[in-house]
Design a protein around this ligand. Structure first.
Ligand code: P53
Length: 479
């Protein structure tokens, strides 16, 4: 057993999920269709398809998830057994506003979260809530073009205020947009749809559309932060950034400049969330590219007045880039300008495993944003094998967590980073966001379901369950 540093007694150990990836019940209780409901099952290396509405004969894994909608009391008991202090999930926007543009919310949807949050609280677990986690109402995509439309700010704010008011005595920690910066890879249509409700084919200039949508999201987020603080001054409202640090391949100065621009292009979202201002390079970039952006003086004032209380972030991997010799302006382009890191191993899905990168990233964010941090996702997607006796020996997952938790504890104990909590991703097996598989498993809890939704959906403990339970019980000392 490795020894870690003890975390404070009030440290929020827990687990993380998102509504659309585990609830199922996709049309139960008056729920509307979200973008996750029109994405089919892919596989490792096989992209998901997006269909024009829900079609017969297609497989939509988010329609059943892991059936948490019907089974959550059993799952919450298992979370309590592991010692969870918090549980991060999202509120499915389409349970509350099935189409997204209604004036009145759907009471059955509100009640579902009331009951679930009450159950969590009764087991000593506080909910940590993401408002928009890849589940924009599909109607808002078709009728309004998602966040390419300024009207989305109002729809989002109406949703945010509705749930802030309803759960103001049950939820303290909130986040506005999940992985808002995860839409910077130009060749992948899914993040653009998942984050912003943008259909790639509808925009001539993909990149301008992405920056415009992100701007409206940042304004919506800043307005939500202000509204939330009025509703309950104790609310802690954070952003949520996909943190994958990008290193230069070598000490060649041009590689360093390329990595600097790569970091700017991936993390300016955090600059706006945390500092309330666009970084200096970005207006210059818009100008040079000839992007005609709708950014008003009133927007800029809103951004300044609605900075976040903390930085929520996911950490799975790091990336590497180098100067390719063909880009005098260092306009890093993701993913073309990524190169492999010769010093790290990869998961079966090609995600580079780099625990030191977590400590590096926490230091980098502390220096840049000076805010409390909350690791709201970290984990290892793997093919698990259930043995005949029901056990799952996931030592590879334990090893990933051990190394990452150690790096996290070093950032706190040795480097002084102010960290609120740690919620590993997919603490119970669920549907993968990128591939739509069940086979890419993250959980401490195994769910007996396959990619086609076949199986008993019974829950069982993997070896990592008891390991993580001991980590929490020892305040992070026993790793
Ligand atoms: P899956 C890409 C890179 C880093 C994090 O991902 C990502 C993605 C997009 O999939 O997403 C986050 O399920 C996201 C979760 C997602 C999790 O990471 O593709 O916030 O919804 O499930 C893991 O293996």
């Amino acid at each position: 057993m490795a020894t870690g540093y003890k975390m404070p007694k009030d440290f929020l150990w827990g687990g993380a999920v998102a509504a659309h990836q585990l609830e199922g019940g996709w049309n139960a209780g008056g729920k509307g269709v979200s973008i996750a409901d029109v994405m089919t099952a892919g596989r490792n290396g096989v992209p998901r398809k997006v269909t024009d509405g829900v079609k017969d004969g297609e497989i939509y894994p988010n329609h059943w998830g892991n059936d948490f909608y019907h089974r959550y009391p059993e799952d919450i008991k298992l979370f309590e057994e592991m010692g969870f202090k918090c549980f991060r999930t999202s509120i499915a926007w389409t349970r509350i506003f099935p189409n997204g543009d209604e004036a009145e919310p759907n009471e059955a949807g509100l009640k579902f979260y009331d009951d679930m949050f009450d159950d969590l609280l009764a087991h000593g677990i506080q909910p940590v809530i993401t408002l928009s986690h890849f589940e924009i109402p599909y109607h808002l995509v078709k009728e309004y073009g998602g966040f390419s439309n300024r009207k989305m700010i109002d729809f989002f704010l109406h949703f945010a205020k509705t749930v802030f008011k309803r759960y103001k005595n049950k939820v303290k920690y909130w986040m506005t947009f999940n992985e808002i910066n995860n839409q910077t890879a130009w060749s992948d249509p899914h993040p653009l749809l998942q984050n912003s409700g943008l259909e790639l084919g509808k925009h001539d200039n993909w990149e301008q559309a992405m920056y415009q949508a992100a701007h409206y999201e940042l304004v919506a987020s800043a307005l939500a932060v202000q509204a939330g603080h009025e509703i309950n001054p104790d609310f802690q409202i954070g952003c949520m950034i996909a943190m994958c640090p990008i290193y230069p391949l070598t000490a060649k100065p041009q590689d360093i400049m390329m990595a600097e621009r790569a970091m700017q292009k991936r993390y300016w979202f955090g600059d706006v969330h945390c500092r309330g201002e666009y970084p200096a390079w970005l207006p210059k970039y818009f100008e040079r590219k000839g992007f005609d952006m709708d950014i008003t003086a009133a927007d800029l004032a809103t951004l300044k007045a609605g900075t976040v209380d903390y930085v929520g972030f996911s950490y799975y991997m790091s990336f590497v880039t180098k100067d390719q010799g063909d880009d005098p302006e260092y306009d890093f382009k993701e993913p073309d300008d990524f190169v492999e890191n010769p010093y790290v191993e990869k998961s079966d899905w090609g995600w580079q495993i780099d625990p030191t990168g977590l400590r590096y990233a926490m230091n980098w964010m502390e220096d840049r944003w000076h805010l409390p941090q909350f690791i709201v996702e970290n984990g290892f997607g793997a093919y698990d094998k259930k043995q005949a006796d029901g056990s799952v020996h996931d030592d590879y997952r334990i090893s990933y967590f051990r190394d990452h938790i150690k790096a996290m504890e070093e950032a706190v104990a040795l480097d002084g980073v102010n960290l609120i909590g740690y919620t590993p991703w997919g603490c119970i097996d669920l549907v993968s966001a990128s591939t739509g598989e069940m086979a890419k498993r993250y959980g401490f809890i195994y769910v007996d379901a396959d990619d086609n939704g076949e199986g008993s959906f019974d829950r069982s403990k993997k070896d990592s369950f008891n390991w993580y339970k001991d980590v929490i019980a020892s305040d992070g000392e026993n790793l």
